[in-house]
Design a protein around this ligand. Structure first.
Ligand SMILES: Cc1cc2nc3c(=O)[nH]c(=O)nc-3n(C[C@H](O)[C@H](O)[C@H](O)COP(=O)(O)OP(=O)(O)OC[C@H]3O[C@@H](n4cnc5c(N)ncnc54)[C@H](O)[C@@H]3O)c2cc1C
Length: 380
């Protein structure tokens, strides 16, 4: 007789837990998916209208096979859920040619035969006048890049998981996870307790509220986004404005085209990302200092935008000591998988990370080389 399917508790269903629940349910696992809030909420890391997808990856060439698989899975989720989640509008990395990020993008593209185009300042200015470049700067265009829709993506993955049999438990904050003496886990919430054979921990920036994760080098941090009105909205939509990562001697930011509204979003990288160990306590607006610094960068580098923010969004994200995720067995525990510390670049990879987590739970191994993400690198 075949073994019964494992009962798996997924704790935290931002994009990472949602994708894990989808893949687990597709493999026939009995999934309990807990979250303190509702699907697609804006308190954690998986909100804010848009996310970058790119394949020419400055964070390291080891990510490229994972990104390729993630791309396939984004398309699969779109088909299964009948929703548009990823628009391939291309991606620009702009800045001085010797900036480490521009060098890394070109190296990653060369190693993996990716389709990129390198534009000098004059050519970039002709094709993408939305950006102002200094004469000695360049732009690298990655055609396999685009913009993801975070809230619909979380909702689509959870809806699909539910269709495949997962039990969704929104508004169920988990107050404790205890190893049972006979094996497996007991999950405590204010309403009830639940037993599971395996626990997947994907709590985003709330890692600090789990005693089990104390000792791992994870820290919550606050990332602020600002939206600026476009003077010519049509020129700033995805068909004319790729997503962009801007590096400049005075500023750095990611930049997202107008999607539903009238404004371009930027996420400044040159301003501090302060600690945010209690995401509930985040201020919901930004101080004048942030607004002025972001405005100065826009005035200098994005001439088609009115350089005063019309909207500010404050989010929390967990980062790790080496800025790579912790994905693998939870150190010191049995039948527990950790997915945490995505360090500002986890969204695009969420579908493949969820697939890997489901493989770890159901087969005890990953189909991809993820040794560089193993949480045990910090405890060995
Ligand atoms: C502003 C910003 C911009 C970013 N830009 C990009 C980008 O362009 N491209 C990219 O690839 N990545 C980007 N990232 C990173 C990416 O968005 C994150 O890595 C990703 O969303 C992390 O998802 P998560 O599921 O781990 O966390 P979250 O989305 O925070 O999910 C964690 C979930 O756990 C739940 N939870 C926590 N504790 C409990 C508990 N005790 N009980 C029940 N539920 C609990 C929370 O309610 C939450 O829903 C960005 C991040 C931010 C913040």
């Amino acid at each position: 007789m075949p073994a019964p399917p494992p009962r798996v508790a997924v704790v935290g269903t931002g994009v990472i837990g949602a994708m894990t629940a989808w893949h687990l349910a597709a493999r026939g696992a009995e999934v309990l998916a807990f979250d303190a809030y509702g699907p697609g909420h804006d308190r954690g890391a998986s909100a804010g209208e848009s996310r970058i997808f790119r394949t020419a990856y400055k964070e390291g060439a080891s990510y490229v096979p994972l990104l390729r698989r993630s791309y396939e899975l984004w398309r699969r989720l779109e088909t299964e859920s009948d929703r548009d989640l990823l628009t391939l509008c291309g991606g620009l990395t702009l800045g001085p040619p010797d900036h480490p990020d521009l060098r890394a993008v070109r190296r990653s593209a060369a190693e993996h035969g990716l389709d990129i185009e390198v534009l000098d300042a004059a050519e970039a200015g002709r094709r993408f006048p939305q950006h102002r470049l200094d004469d000695d700067e360049i732009a690298v265009l990655d055609r396999q890049a685009g913009v993801l829709r975070p809230e619909p993506a979380v909702q689509a993955a959870l809806a699909r998981a539910q269709e495949l049999g997962a039990q969704l438990l929104p508004y169920h904050p988990v107050t404790g996870i205890d190893e049972r003496s006979g094996g497996g886990w007991r999950i405590r919430t204010p309403r009830a307790t639940y037993d599971a054979d395996h626990v997947v921990l994907s709590p985003g920036p709330w890692t600090g509220s789990f005693e089990r994760l104390a000792g791992l080098p994870l820290r919550g941090r606050r990332i602020t986004a600002a939206w600026f009105a476009a003077r010519d909205i049509a020129a700033h939509r995805p068909d004319r404005l790729p997503i962009a990562i801007r590096r400049h001697r005075d500023a750095g930011f990611s930049c997202f085209p107008v999607l539903d509204g009238t404004a371009v979003k930027i996420v400044p990288h040159h301003l501090a990302w302060p600690d945010a160990d209690a995401p509930e306590d985040l201020p919901r607006g930004a101080d004048a200092e942030f607004a002025q610094a972001a405005s100065a960068a826009v005035a200098r580098l994005l001439p088609g935008l009115v350089p005063h923010p019309v909207r500010i969004g404050v989010y929390a994200e967990a980062s790790s000591a080496d800025e790579h995720a912790l994905l693998g067995p939870l150190p010191g525990a049995r039948d527990a998988t950790l997915l945490a510390g995505f360090s500002g670049h986890g969204f695009k990879l969420a579908p493949v990370f969820g697939e890997i987590a489901a493989s770890l739970v159901t087969e005890g191994k990953s189909p991809y080389d993820i040794a560089f993400l193993d949480p045990a690198r910090f405890t060995a």
